[in-house]
Design a binder for this molecule. Structure first.
Ligand code: HEC
Ligand code: HEC
Length: 365
């Protein structure tokens, strides 16, 4: 036997011997063959809205948004691969669902209604109806482990992502990690937050374009506008603008709009903001959501109790139910049937579906 053949046989037997042994299988963990050249995501935030604040430790890049978009639409985040974030945040419904309260993977209903992830780049005063989460990065951690949402745990999700055929490359390109083992929930939620920061809408609504002189209101829309903003002495003040302020149509505040009667501070079924701050003066208060695209997001309120905008207007017009935390701006508005229709016509001017044409908002699968 020649010397080179002998070496060959020795090498082969080492390989065979090793593959029959108990040694753990070593997967090639390195990702450095993929380039890491992130580029800023090309977005110009509309002039009609305030300039958003982007955290310096999580700039929005093309690669990060692409990864976040995959994660947002991928049922890999749920325990039985049946649901993703988008199951309760449907893109065509302004990223809410059409149920009063949302249903999780086990078929159980939560106690609150889904909220829009649109324009959340502008929300500076907390996320969720009670504001218990301070950032989009923190918010995105929670649905995965919520038993009535995705009912999964992060170590499992991390393991699934590490052995996935595509995700390690996407994480490498977004965050420059060098090994699969560097995939973490922190990076996953940073990517989801980047994706959410591009979800902006409203700038092409009739409401904004009328301000820019590009379209005119109908006379009903105009009178609805004047009641919403308390502008016309001859018409009743509807007071809406104090809590749903222009141009994003939210004040980002936690308020009580008279949905339930409560004799004392502790009488509310859902404490809302009060469960976070522990202040009795915050019980029964909820985030006043943006009204951009409100016509697309029925049913309404934190528990989805109103099926239509007509019911919402009837609620405000009635002055709501009494409680120690009910806001002073909630009182019998005395709108006539015609004026309620005009207010409704104005709420419809907040609709902007131009984002339907932006493929980056929709599923990559
Ligand atoms: C089972 C349905 C469901 C799933 C799945 C779900 N959400 Fe939600 N989402 C909700 C509900 C309900 C709320 C309001 C909950 C509350 O206030 O307690 C909410 C609130 C939010 C908010 C707060 C918006 C605001 O303006 O304060 C964001 C952002 C959000 N979800 C993003 C996500 C992301 C990202 C995922 C996936 C990781 C996800 N959601 C998965 C139902 C769901
Ligand atoms: C005192 C502040 C306040 C005033 C005034 C007010 N709102 Fe609200 N609005 C809120 C709060 C707070 C919520 C969320 C309440 C909840 O779900 O518990 C809300 C919720 C809504 C919703 C449902 C949003 C959703 O995503 O489900 C609509 C629609 C709405 N308001 C329209 C109006 C209109 C129209 C007016 C004027 C007639 C008005 N609001 C006046 C505070 C206010």
């Amino acid at each position: 036997m020649s010397k080179s053949n002998l070496i060959f046989i020795v090498l082969i037997s080492i390989v065979l011997f090793n593959s029959c042994g108990d040694d753990p299988v070593v997967i090639d963990d390195s990702l450095t063959d993929f380039p890491y050249t992130p580029e800023a995501y090309p977005i110009s935030y509309p002039n009609s809205f305030p300039k958003p604040v982007i955290p310096i430790d999580n700039p929005t890049t093309k690669e990060g948004v692409l990864l976040g978009r995959h994660l947002f639409y991928d049922p890999i985040l749920s325990s039985d691969s049946s649901m993703s974030c988008s199951s309760c945040h449907l893109p065509h419904k302004n990223f809410t669902d059409d149920m009063a309260t949302s249903k999780g993977v086990l078929g159980q209903f939560g106690k609150r209604s889904s909220m829009s992830t649109m324009n959340s780049v502008y929300a500076y005063n907390g996320f969720f109806w009670d504001g218990r989460s301070a950032s989009l990065e923190d918010q995105a951690l929670r649905p995965v482990e919520d038993p009535i949402e995705l009912h999964e745990n992060w170590p499992n999700v991390e393991a699934k992502l590490k052995k996935h055929p595509k995700y390690p490359e996407l994480f490498r390109k977004a965050f420059g990690i060098t090994k699969k083992s560097e995939i973490t929930k922190e990076l996953a939620t940073k990517a989801i937050a980047q994706f959410e920061r591009i979800l902006v809408t409203g700038q092409n609504s009739i409401f904004i374009r009328e301000k820019q002189g590009l379209v005119a209101f109908t006379s009903d829309q105009q009178e609805g506008h004047d009641m919403f903003f308390d502008l016309e002495p001859a018409l009743p003040d509807a007071e809406c603008n104090h809590c749903h302020a222009a141009n994003l149509l939210t004040s980002n505040n936690y308020l009580n709009n008279g949905l339930d009667s409560a004799a004392t501070y502790s009488d509310f079924k859902d404490y809302g903001r009060g469960s976070v701050t522990k202040f009795p003066s915050d019980t029964g208060k909820f985030k006043a959501p943006s009204l951009v695209n409100i016509a697309l997001t029925a049913p309404y309120m934190h528990d989805g109790r109103f099926k239509t905008l007509e019911e919402v207007i009837d609620h405000y017009n009635s002055g709501g139910h009494g409680s120690p935390n009910k806001d002073n701006l909630i009182y019998n508005l005395k709108l006539t049937t015609r004026q309620k229709k005009q207010l409704l016509a104005f709420l419809h001017t907040f609709t902007d579906t131009s984002y339907y044409k932006n493929p980056d908002f929709f599923s990559p699968f």
